[in-house]
Design a protein around this ligand. Structure first.
Ligand code: SF4
Length: 297
């Protein structure tokens, strides 16, 4: 692990930072940093089905989207440091509190530390592990997680390189995300549920519809329909885009909510393509669904 931290190439930025000395593009040093661990009720119904997902929100992110709904932790890096031993204890405490699973949110830049934490506690942890990611991943890094993750919950945010460049400075976003998602699907296999309707394995692809970008959303849906199968993949089309005050100048289209017409047209198109999954009520577009990052770990 130390070697990986000295010249980090864990994500598609491949920025090569020596994280033992200073943070990489994602903002992460060599210690895990997280802002909250709690039972989280607002994931898809098969992820938060009884007591809630046992969610750990990691700080930092390799994407830095200009509209990020978790800006305080992804861009402002709010959080506190944990050793892998402490992270393993956080997983066990969530399990003791009745978590439906262990959900890792934006974990990419801490994959080696998370693997170490899971190795330390796996003999005492019987819950599925959920990997919740913005989708900007290297396939090689996802391969390291084989045998550790049961459920993948990746975004596919953008199709066009122009759009992903504009909002996340990542023109290769779709190329990297689509390759990585295929690896995730091959690892997680078929959708399997327990008797309470909780997901035990499989992949849920999320897509947040952005204002003014429904045609890009439709391209994402076309790729999903052509490249995945409904026995392994569900699709969650999200309507919770919230235009926060921190959105920088230069993105006037992001200063409003998604219209009913925009959202419904993407959902209708996905349905015509035979895609199965989840939709979201308009009422989910509110900052009340942004967790209170209180360093409770
Ligand atoms: S995970 Fe962070 S430090 Fe590592 S390559 Fe990506 S941006 Fe750089």
């Amino acid at each position: 692990m130390e070697e990986m931290m000295k010249k980090c190439r864990l994500c598609p930025r491949k920025c090569g930072a020596d994280r033992t000395k200073s943070a990489g593009y994602c903002g992460a040093g060599d210690k895990v940093t997280a802002a909250k661990a709690a039972l989280h009720q607002w994931e898809e119904p098969c992820i938060s089905y009884k007591n809630g997902a046992g969610t750990v929100f990691f700080s930092g992110c390799s994407l830095h989207c200009c509209f990020c709904q978790n800006n305080q932790i992804s861009n402002e890096l709010y959080g506190r440091e944990l050793t892998s031993e402490e992270l393993g204890d956080v997983f066990l405490r969530l399990a003791d509190r009745g978590a439906d699973n262990i959900e890792l949110v934006t974990p990419t830049h801490f994959v080696p530390q998370i693997i170490k934490a899971l190795d330390l506690v796996k003999h005492r942890l019987e819950l599925p592990v959920v990997y919740n990611t913005g989708g900007y991943e290297l396939t090689e890094t996802i391969r390291m997680l084989k045998g550790y993750v049961d459920i993948y919950l990746p975004d596919i945010k953008y199709f066009s390189p122009e759009v992903s460049m504009k909002y996340s400075k990542a023109p290769d976003y779709f190329e990297r995300a689509s390759e990585a998602v295929l690896e995730m699907i091959s690892q997680a296999g078929e959708l399997r549920y327990n008797e309470e309707g909780g997901l035990l394995s499989g992949t849920i692809i999320r897509h947040l519809v952005l204002p003014g970008n429904r045609h890009d959303s439709m391209k994402v849906m076309e790729w999903i329909a052509e490249n995945t199968s409904s026995d392994k993949v569900l699709v969650s089309i999200m309507n919770q885009y919230t235009p926060f005050d921190f959105i920088p100048e230069g993105f006037p289209e992001l200063r409003r909510r998604v219209t009913k017409m925009e959202y419904n047209s993407v959902v209708r198109y996905a349905s015509e393509l035979g895609i199965n999954g989840f939709t979201q009520e308009k009422s989910s577009a509110s900052d009340k669904y942004v967790p209170d990052f209180d360093l409770e770990l």
